[in-house]
Every structure is written in structure tokens, then in C-alpha cells.
Design a protein around this ligand. Structure first.
Ligand code: P6P
Length: 337
């Protein structure tokens, strides 16, 4: 489209999803309504995160706010907002949040057919230093109506119908896949709308960046140690990869998606299952990587094939450019023999 057309033909996330929905004649718009409530939650968190720094600086955050209420921590506040927004959408039946030990079973009168797993504010320990943080979510569809149980979300990631994240950084970026590729939207604060800015994101087949917490190197297993060694001292005469590690999963994954490379959170002697949570960190990011032409591996298998047994289960994860992940898969396969 011409510059003029592009400027006036605003493709908002709502319009984009409605276009997607029109490809499913049987759809009654439930997903569109669900997504609009997730987007609402993200807009709220974006505002709260941007204010938090300021509030802290000028003491607004104190222990009690002007109403004398106990000022909630931002991740607890974000969780409350998402839980309420998802329930009020009338399209969900089970919610699993990083902040809640137990799953939330939605009351029958407000129940819909989607199960949502989410981390309302991943990386929140980085707020005080202004590093980008984010909301991560995954959506399962409950086929036939039945009394919801935890078993409806203890499914492999490949059963997800959608996944995405919202990154609260220099701009507020919403990245989404509904199983037909990956698209990125940027919040235009003057409109209060997410506008399509990154259509059909494809991750480069191979990258020049590796992203891992090198501070854990002492505890890594053989294949991870060998792979990182290869990144730093390539034997084939190629130049070493650059290390970029923010320590906030949404920021590290977003950079990997756009620039290529590999993000690793391996198992180590201290944490044999790694640190990242399967349902609402590993699965959504793995889903997006595959949809963008990359891949995601746990050290044993394709990440999306993993069947979680517990809500807050962890897994090692290696995700990013297809060829880069292939290399570490080969090292783990060689270890098996
Ligand atoms: P480490 C943030 O606390 C987080 O959950 C992810 O966002 C991030 O990728 C990871 O932990 C960082 O962990 O051990 O490297 O500080």
C-alpha cells in the first residue's frame, strides 16, 4: 500500500483479529472478544509500569496510596487486572497464572471455552532499573463443555490455539500468533490502539547472537558447555557469536525473534529442570518461535511436545533460529549415544 494508504488504513489488532476470524465462518467472535480483554489488560499494565518508576521516584508508591490502601506490588496488581479482565470477558473457563499457586476455575455463569495460562509480569524484578519486562500468555480451547479441571490445561504446548507476549519497554509491543504466523503490534498511546507494525515476522534461519546467563556456566551439563564454547571459539574459522543477555525473557526472546540467534535457559546441577516455567513461559515462546520458522528444544525433545504434569513445572529451553537450535540438538543427541 502507498505511504498515504498505509497512514490512513490503520490496521489495529482488533481489526486484524476480526480479519482472521472472518476466515473461520463458524466462529462467533469468541476469540476476538477474549483477545480484546487480554489487550485491555496489557494496556493497563503498560500504563502502570510506566508510572511505577515515576511513582517510586516521587514517593507516590509509598506504603499506602492516596486512598490509604496498601500499595500493591506491580506484579500482584497486574495479576488482579488480568484475572478480572479474563473472567469478565465471559470467554474463559480456567486461568493459570504464575502468581497463583492454584488454577482459577471460572464460575459457571461467566464461563467460556478458552483456558488461558499467563505470567502477568515476567521479569518484574527488573522494574526498578527500567529494564523491559512483559506479559506472556498461551490459550487452549476446551473442545466440549464439561466441568473444567486442571487436566484441561496440562496439555502439550502444540495444543495451544494462540500464544503471545506484550513487552513493556521503550515502546509497548504486542506479539501474537493464532497458528497462522506471527504478527507484531505497537501501542500508539495517542490512539490507545495497538497498530500492526511487524507483519508476518520470520526469524532468520541462523543468527550471530547467543543469549544465556554465563554466570551459571560452572553448573552446565556437557552439551550446553560444548555449545557455548563453540559460540565463543568457533573451530570452523567463522567469527564468534555476540553475547546478549537482558535477564528478562520477553526482552531476550523479542530480540531473538527479530534479529535471530539462540536463547538458552539450560538445566544445571542446581536446577535440573532449568528455571523457566513450561505452561506460561516455555510453551508460548516456543509456539511463537515455531510459527516464525524457528524451533524450540528442551534438551530431550521438541518443547511443544512436552506434556506438563504440574501447573508450575519448569523445563530447560533452547529456542531461536532453526539452524542454531539444530546445532545444540546434535550435541544432546551425541550425548545420548
Ligand atoms: P536468571 C526473570 O526473573 C525470569 O523469570 C525470566 O524473565 C528471565 O529469562 C530469567 O528469569 C532470568 O533468570 O537466572 O538468568 O536471572
Amino acid at each position: 500500500p502507498s505511504e498515504e494508504a498505509r497512514r490512513t488504513d490503520l490496521m489495529t489488532i482488533t481489526r486484524f483479529v476480526l480479519n482472521e476470524q472472518s476466515k473461520h465462518p463458524e466462529s462467533r467472535g469468541d476469540f476476538t472478544i477474549l483477545l480484546s480483554h487480554i489487550v485491555l489488560g496489557c494496556k493497563f499494565v503498560c500504563t502502570a509500569v510506566n508510572k511505577a518508576g515515576l511513582a517510586k521516584l516521587i514517593g507516590l508508591a509509598g506504603d499506602t496510596n492516596v486512598q490509604g490502601e496498601e500499595q500493591k506490588k506491580l506484579d500482584v496488581l497486574s495479576n488482579d487486572v488480568f484475572v478480572k479482565a479474563l473472567i469478565s470477558s465471559g470467554r474463559t473457563c480456567i486461568l493459570v497464572s504464575e502468581e497463583d499457586e492454584e488454577a482459577t476455575i471460572v464460575e459457571p455463569s461467566k464461563r467460556g471455552k478458552y483456558c488461558v495460562v499467563f505470567d502477568p509480569l515476567d521479569g518484574s524484578s527488573n522494574i526498578d532499573c527500567g529494564v523491559s519486562i512483559g506479559t506472556i500468555f498461551g490459550i487452549y480451547l476446551m473442545k466440549d463443555a464439561h466441568e473444567p479441571t486442571v487436566d484441561d490445561v496440562l496439555l502439550p504446548g502444540k495444543k495451544m490455539v494462540a500464544a503471545g507476549y506484550c513487552m513493556y519497554g521503550s515502546s509497548c509491543t504486542f506479539v501474537l500468533s493464532t497458528g497462522r504466523g506471527v504478527n507484531g503490534f505497537t501501542l500508539d498511546p495517542s490512539l490507545g490502539e495497538f497498530i500492526l507494525t511487524h507483519p508476518d515476522i520470520k526469524i532468520p534461519k541462523k543468527g550471530k547472537i547467543y543469549s544465556v546467563n554465563e554466570g551459571n556456566a560452572k553448573n552446565w551439563d556437557g552439551p550446553t558447555t560444548k555449545y557455548v564454547e563453540k559460540c565463543k571459539f568457533p573451530k570452523d574459522g567463522s567469527s564468534p557469536k555476540s553475547l546478549r543477555y537482558v535477564g528478562s525473557m520477553v526482552a531476550d526472546v523479542h530480540r531473538t525473534l527479530l534479529y535471530g540467534g539462540i536463547f538458552l535457559y539450560p538445566a544445571d546441577k542446581k536446577s535440573p529442570c532449568g528455571k523457566l516455567r513450561v505452561l506460561y513461559e516455555v510453551f508460548p515462546m516456543s509456539f511463537l518461535m515455531e510459527q516464525a520458522g524457528g524451533q524450540a528444544f528442551t534438551g530431550n525433545q521438541r518443547a511443544l511436545d512436552l506434556v506438563p504434569k504440574k501447573l508450575h513445572e519448569r523445563s530447560p529451553i533452547f529456542l531461536g533460529s532453526y539452524d542454531d537450535v539444530e546445532e545444540i540438538k546434535a550435541l544432546y543427541a551425541a550425548e545420548e549415544k
